[in-house]
Design a protein. Structure first.
Length: 151
């Protein structure tokens, strides 16, 4: 889907403030509320806008430990399927990515303590080796997608 300057302006504003109303959004991009509504609906229909949600800060919710875990899986297809089933049962594992390189998976884990991190990792050790990095601070997070990134 080809996006024009107004589409990108809409996306920029919605990525920063997803609760913005169509009237306010229209004012910021120079369109009427019905025109901006039609564009947003088109972007949603094309799958460019995948959804809207509240972004929660884990720290005040008692989840201060963020870790990235690299898993080297030694098994075949059946072991991979079992691994995926296992990690899906653990809500503390926020993301699972199959990656290239020495490891098979990269996991993003969010827990209240290092002891909880060990509790989450223990059942995964049977699938292969893990290498865990606990995040000390985050310099850049959840950056918006911008037009200059798109080929």
């Amino acid at each position: 889907m080809r996006l024009d300057d107004i589409d990108w302006a809409i996306l920029d504003h919605l990525q920063k403030e997803g609760r913005m109303g169509f009237r306010a959004l229209g004012r910021r991009v120079g369109l009427s509320a019905p025109a901006v509504t039609a564009r947003v609906r088109r972007l949603e229909g094309a799958g460019v806008i995948a959804g809207y949600r509240a972004v929660l800060d884990p720290l005040p919710l008692g989840l201060p430990v963020l870790a990235f875990v690299r898993v080297s899986s030694a098994g075949g297809v059946e072991a991979d399927e079992e691994f995926i089933e296992s990690v899906r049962r653990l809500p503390e594992i926020r993301e699972v990515h199959r990656v290239t390189g020495a490891e098979t998976y990269l996991l993003r884990v969010l827990v209240p303590s290092v002891q909880d991190l060990e509790r989450i990792l223990r059942p995964l050790w049977r699938f292969g080796d893990t290498v865990t990095g606990v995040v000390m601070s985050t310099a850049v997070a959840d950056r918006p997608l911008t037009r200059d990134m798109i080929p």
